[in-house]
Design a protein around this ligand. Structure first.
Ligand SMILES: Nc1ncnc2c1ncn2[C@@H]1O[C@H](COP(=O)(O)OP(=O)(O)OP(=O)(O)O)[C@@H](O)[C@H]1O
Length: 308
């Protein structure tokens, strides 16, 4: 195996008595996409900032593209495309001028690359950055990270503020980067994004890795929340029909305005549930991922697990 693009060994960060990152270890192979997922406050941003030497660890070590980020300095940072979690852009300068400046700092940037990315993301570079919406600032942040095709991309919640179409475009950029041999570290609290983009994933909770491994092995989408509105029946009939399905928690079934509203959390295959619901007149059906905290922590608890 090639030496890892990223290697974290017992990396630790404490703020006073509060442990933000609790001795985490992981390795990211070059040319792969690694997803770091976890609920708010899990320690994702703190971890990524240590890799960029924005903050320094309280213990442990990190190797980024083979170097210690504390000594790699500007030369190492030029080889990293970084989208920070909280992007601040307030100046009167236009997006185009800002990107020209970044290109001088971290370039070279291939001719036409900036306008190509701006077109794909639908980003108007002629406007002063302070007048841009959150989503458009985020697009500028993505362009500056991708434009010089760095060997490593470190992306902290990169799709925050982007609409679904742009999220899809972003996933395309990540796939192209991987095909190009670049390594991507992607933090998110959105399961579907990690599932579509990442090869491997680590689940972070309260500063610790509670599960890690290939994305397919992690059963991340196993838990789903189904909401169905059924007509021409009553709550008891629906409860009886749902009982044999062994949902993850007791279904909530209520009669409302002459209809029955059922909420069911189901783990794994949903075929049985869909067929059960189909016995009734289904007026509405919504299947959604519960939030990350619920689904991941419920599946993996708080014990570290390695899944192969
Ligand atoms: N500068 C700081 N001083 C004190 N505590 C901090 C500081 N930065 C982060 N923390 C704490 O460290 C923990 C991890 O925070 P971090 O921002 O890394 O989480 P996160 O997983 O990125 O969450 P989010 O998705 O909300 O951004 C939290 O408990 C947070 O309150």
């Amino acid at each position: 195996m090639n030496s890892p693009a990223l290697e974290l060994t017992n990396l630790h960060k404490r703020y006073g008595r509060n442990v933000a990152v609790d001795s985490i270890s992981l390795a990211v192979e070059p040319g792969t996409v690694f997803g770091l997922i976890g609920p708010n406050g899990a320690g994702k941003t703190t971890t990524l900032r240590m890799l960029l030497d924005i903050i320094r660890p309280s213990g442990g070590s990190a190797r980024v593209l083979g170097e210690d980020p504390r000594v790699g300095g500007a030369a190492l940072r030029r080889r990293i495309g970084y989208v920070p979690g909280e992007l601040r852009m307030e100046g009167r300068v236009t997006g185009a001028r800002l990107l020209e400046f970044y290109a001088r700092v971290s370039g070279p940037v291939a001719p036409g690359r900036i306008s190509g990315l701006a077109d794909r993301l639908g980003c108007d570079l002629s406007r002063p950055v302070r007048t841009l919406s959150k989503g458009n600032k985020q697009k500028l942040g993505l362009i500056q990270a991708f434009m010089h095709d760095p060997p490593l991309l470190v992306l902290d919640e990169p799709t925050s503020g982007l609409d679904p179409l742009m999220q899809r475009e972003f996933l395309g950029l990540v796939r192209e980067a991987r095909a190009n041999g670049q390594t991507v570290l992607l933090s998110s609290h959105v399961l579907s994004e990690i599932q579509q983009a990442a090869d491997k994933v680590a689940v972070l909770s309260a500063g610790s890795i509670v599960a890690s491994g290939p994305v397919d092995a992690l059963r991340l989408s196993a838990l789903r929340r189904v909401r169905a509105v059924l007509a021409g029946t009553n709550a008891d009939e629906v409860r009886v029909a749902l009982a044999p399905l062994a949902p993850a928690s007791p279904p909530q079934v209520d009669a409302r305005d002459g209809r029955v509203v059922a909420h069911v959390d189901i783990e794994g295959d949903i075929d049985g549930l869909v067929k059960t619901l189909a016995r009734f007149h289904v007026a509405e059906l919504v299947i959604e991922e519960p939030d990350l905290e619920e689904s991941v922590l419920r599946l993996y608890g708080t014990t570290a697990k390695e899944v192969d």
